[in-house]
Design a binder for this molecule. Structure first.
Ligand code: NAD
Ligand code: MG
Length: 393
């Protein structure tokens, strides 16, 4: 395999750190050209000392100055701002871009990488939720290769036929089955959900993740966003995507074929497996994960999601079916609501209420340009903030 030259967007986050862990195991295969981060300057500096990238990018000038001081004597150029993120996502000397910024901020640099025809390792699911149509078009126009990092979609990708063309029927695929752990509140007494704290919500039973996505796992909005993500990645209609709860997080997702076969990908719940898969694809490299010990695990169980406990899942299907800008509205309202919850401004159950009310108010809206989607995103945030303020008042 040729040496792969990487940009890692969101290097200081959970996915970024796991990516660097895999990269460090294979210095002969992967070279880091650019790393980006937002607030954790010390951590970014440490990563730069270890991986010696050509560029390090942060969002604002003050942080850039602080980082320059920390990196004095090192041959890493420090840049800042959104344009710099887009630039390192599309550098000619880079062939592979890990898109692991969290939230809507990840969209632009991921688009830049797609337009530049990179191998895009997409962790930032919000890109597909907000702007699936544009992003997939950019991948096509740019001649980019899209490899999913989200563990479920990576599992679906691995369980799909080789050279899948985006036509489920032509490949004999009946449906995609996304697994969900059910998060920390799967079995909690439903009447006590009103009192859930942010600390309880971010304590995921199987995965260690950023705070926002951890809350999304507790509400199952994460799975809802993943349904939308699967729609775009695999060209599957909402009725061809089902969710099944699997608390052990060993089966990461499945593909059901017309002959009754169900193919699955199994592994320890460790993001280094999908990351290593996508980094080396189509080859395979070690990821540092524990080997799957099925006798020790013993039991794999499955159950249907309870929509009363997880209203956010139904909201995501509703947004996907509404189409247009509805998924962007859903995503923006969710980001605002989760942030408010994490900052103790609204109770847990209000997350779904705020999203539902925002969808009611704004509906779908046009999605015929990126500007229209941005406008929907902004309108949804304004509406959600107003709804949140009522709680706080
Ligand atoms: P995280 O919060 O741990 O890290 C986020 C990264 O993005 C950090 O490097 C941060 O500096 C950067 N960032 C945040 N806001 C930014 C902004 N406005 N501009 C530029 N950079 C910014 O998040 P994470 O858990 O690593 O998740 C990253 C993405 O991967 C998310 O979209 C998430 O949904 C997705 N994902 C994560 C996991 C997981 O296991 N952690 C699994 C599947 C998908
Ligand atoms: Mg996932």
């Amino acid at each position: 395999m040729n040496l792969r030259n990487l940009t890692i967007l969101g290097a200081t986050g959970t996915i970024g750190v796991n990516t660097l862990d895999v990269v460090a195991r294979h210095p002969d295969r992967f070279r880091v050209v650019a790393l980006t981060g937002q607030n954790q300057i010390e951590k970014l500096a440490e990563q730069c000392r270890q991986f010696r990238p050509r560029y390090a990018v942060v969002l604002d000038g003050d942080k850039a100055q602080a980082l320059r001081t920390l990196l004095a004597g090192l041959d890493t150029e420090v840049l800042y701002g959104v344009e710099a993120l887009n630039r390192v996502a599309s550098l000619p000397e880079v062939d592979t871009v890990m898109a692991a910024i969290v939230g809507a901020a990840g969209l632009e640099p991921a688009l830049a990488a797609a337009r530049a025809g990179k191998r895009v390792l997409l962790a930032n699911k919000e890109t597909l939720v907000m702007a699936g149509h544009f992003f997939m078009q950019a991948v096509k126009d740019g001649g980019a290769t899209l490899l999913p990092i989200d563990s479920e979609h990576n599992a679906v990708f691995q369980s799909m036929p080789d050279a899948y063309t985006g036509d489920l029927a032509a490949h004999g695929v009946r449906r995609v089955l996304l697994t969900a752990s059910g998060g920390p509140f799967r079995t909690r007494d439903i009447d006590t959900l009103a009192r859930v704290t942010p600390e309880e919500a971010v304590a995921h039973p199987n995965w260690v993740m950023g705070r926002k996505i951890s809350v999304d796992s507790a509400t199952m909005m994460n799975k809802g966003l993943e349904v939308i993500e699967a729609h775009w990645l695999f060209n599957a209609r909402p009725d061809q995507i089902d969710v099944v709860i699997h608390p052990q997080s060993i089966v990461h997702s499945m593909v059901e074929y017309q002959d009754g076969s169900v193919l699955a990908q199994l592994s320890s719940p460790d993001m280094r497996t999908p990351i290593a898969h996508a980094l080396a694809y189509p080859e395979r490299v070690t990821a540092g994960v524990p080997w799957l010990d099925l006798p020790r695990i013993g039991t794999l169980t499955f159950e249907a999601p309870d929509t009363r406990r997880f209203p956010c899942l139904a909201l995501a299907y509703r947004a996907l079916e509404a189409g247009g800008a509805a998924p962007a509205v859903l995503n923006a309202a969710n980001e605002e609501a989760v942030d408010a919850f994490l900052n103790h401004r609204i109770p847990y159950l209000a997350i779904a209420e705020v999203i539902a009310a925002t969808l009611d108010r704004l509906g779908g809206g046009p999605a015929d340009s990126l500007a229209a989607l941005r406008a929907s995103d902004a309108a949804a945030r304004a509406a959600a903030r107003e709804l949140i303020a009522r709680h706080t008042a």
